[in-house]
Design a protein. Structure first.
Length: 208
């Protein structure tokens, strides 16, 4: 890898650390050539500490190592993107990331939708006389009817998807597929799970 360590006077290049599984940016550090070589050799991310003026392997004191997955070089050859699997919190303040974010996966709009479903579930758990919003919510009404009704809806939507898959109306197929995914997410939440739990199962199956 042709890294331009001479671009800056101090011989350092920034290293962006990203969780391989969640996609979260965890921290930013700096590497010189020696730190880069040690990282590749040990498979534990090692930086050059500008404070300590020496090589510093993340986790050497705390045990919260960053296990190397891959290193990519940017187009200007002076910035590294390092994907890792972290052991424990990354920030020295004890948080998952140096931006005090939870290191959980995000799936774009699906994560937003999952949050809405979670809020509807919480509302369903509130006595009806105390509800002040979304009283007519379809999702709340499903949670009110219980697990059996939710599971039944998933079954019904699955049948609809199969029917439309054998037809030639792509719009109907996509709409029924969206309905199935939506109700499945409700079922997951009703059971106390979320999309990330399913992703973990799939990842474990396909990492063998």
């Amino acid at each position: 890898m042709d890294i331009d360590f001479n671009k800056n006077n101090d011989g350092l290049v920034p290293a962006i650390i990203q969780d391989q599984d969640t996609g979260k940016v965890l921290m930013l550090g700096y590497m010189n050539e020696e730190a880069y070589l040690k990282t590749n050799e040990s498979k534990k991310v090692t930086f050059f500490s500008r404070t300590k003026q020496r090589l510093w392997t993340k986790g050497e004191e705390s045990g919260n190592f960053l296990n190397l997955v891959s290193i990519k070089l940017d187009c200007d050859r002076d910035t590294l993107l390092i994907k890792v699997r972290p052991e424990g919190p990354v920030c020295h303040k004890g948080t998952d990331t140096c931006w005090a974010e939870e290191n959980s996966a995000e799936y774009g709009f699906l994560s937003e939708l999952e949050g809405i479903i979670a809020s509807r579930k919480k509302l369903s758990e509130t006595p009806k006389e105390n509800r002040q919003e979304n009283e007519n919510s379809y999702v709340v009404s499903l949670f009110d009817k219980g697990l059996n009704k939710i599971a039944q809806k998933v079954g019904e939507e699955a049948v609809e998807v199969v029917i439309e898959a054998k037809d030639h109306d792509e719009n109907l197929f996509l709409n029924e597929s969206a309905d199935l995914l939506f109700h499945y997410m409700i079922l997951l939440k009703a059971k106390g799970y979320g999309l990330e739990d399913i992703v973990k199962v799939l990842r474990k199956r396909h990492s063998k």
